[in-house]
Design a protein around this ligand. Sequence first.
Ligand SMILES: CC(C)(COP(=O)(O)OP(=O)(O)OC[C@H]1O[C@@H](n2cnc3c(N)ncnc32)[C@H](O)[C@@H]1OP(=O)(O)O)[C@@H](O)C(=O)NCCC(=O)NCCS
Length: 286
Amino acid sequence: MPTLQHGPLHPEELNYAQALVTEVGWNQTERDWRMFLELGRVQAVRTDTGNVVATAATLPYVGFGWISMVLVTAAWRRRGLASNLLGDAVDRLRGAGLVPILDATPAGREVYRGLGFADTWGFARYARPALSTTHDLASGRGGIDVRLITDAIWHEICAYDAATFGSERNRLLAHLRGRMPPATLVALRGDRLVGFLLGREGRIATQLGPLVAEEVAAAHALLTQAFATITGPIFIDLADSKAETRRFIEAQGFAFTRPLTRMVYARGSAFDDGVRTFAVVGPEFG
Ligand SMILES: CC(C)(COP(=O)(O)OP(=O)(O)OC[C@H]1O[C@@H](n2cnc3c(N)ncnc32)[C@H](O)[C@@H]1OP(=O)(O)O)[C@@H](O)C(=O)NCCC(=O)NCCS
């Protein structure tokens, strides 16, 4: 039985981390891991031959912090590695005065419940396969003007997002802004900001999110614009409360793939605004 060593993931080990993502069929890329290394921390468990067999990331925000990328390779499961990494991540965040939060898959939820995390609200991943051509759905936007995000409105978007998410996350948003230009959109009603959308390329599909909006019409106008330019497969992590938007995306060819639960440590309520939050960035980022 090889001995295991715990420590921070090094940039030269990203290929191992990415192999764990591929093993479980997740969507992250090495670029996502680099965002964790830059904005947060990744803890790794490696064998004495240097093979990374498990990971967990922490991402600090203001007042709370995210735990994600909890991955254990199949051969090393049910030996307490996830529990150990989770305990370490919780201690790290609490030590920094932050409330730990995570978005759990059904498998992860079993582990986290036993460690003091409570459910707050749910969302689900919806997937649309690649299209041979995009549809022009540009008609009927209910007075909403959708534009590409410019520098002039960027600070307003960051502030709007912070008021919704419960913390500023300007550096994360800045990373996302560069990753999927056709899905870097703002919705205006007159000159009032009523929503925005960002997205990023993934290992399997383009992930759209965050989708934050004042009203359903703005959310749908933003999605309509993004759908008109993206032919490849798309994932959206849509809040369970947004039934009208669920029907809207299902009519565009999206299908439910899996449920996720936002869980907060030792607290039954979320920090984010459940009215404006249509789609999250993703379970790994919040
Ligand atoms: C979920 C996952 C991280 C668990 O890793 P692990 O190292 O096997 O977990 P642990 O050994 O610490 O398990 C602790 C406890 O959680 C529960 N648990 C773990 N996996 C479980 C499963 N598949 N079904 C039900 N309970 C489970 C058990 O109570 C377990 O204790 P026990 O082994 O003494 O019965 C791992 O299966 C994995 O990488 N899955 C794919 C990725 C994923 O879903 N990650 C979670 C994202 S939120």
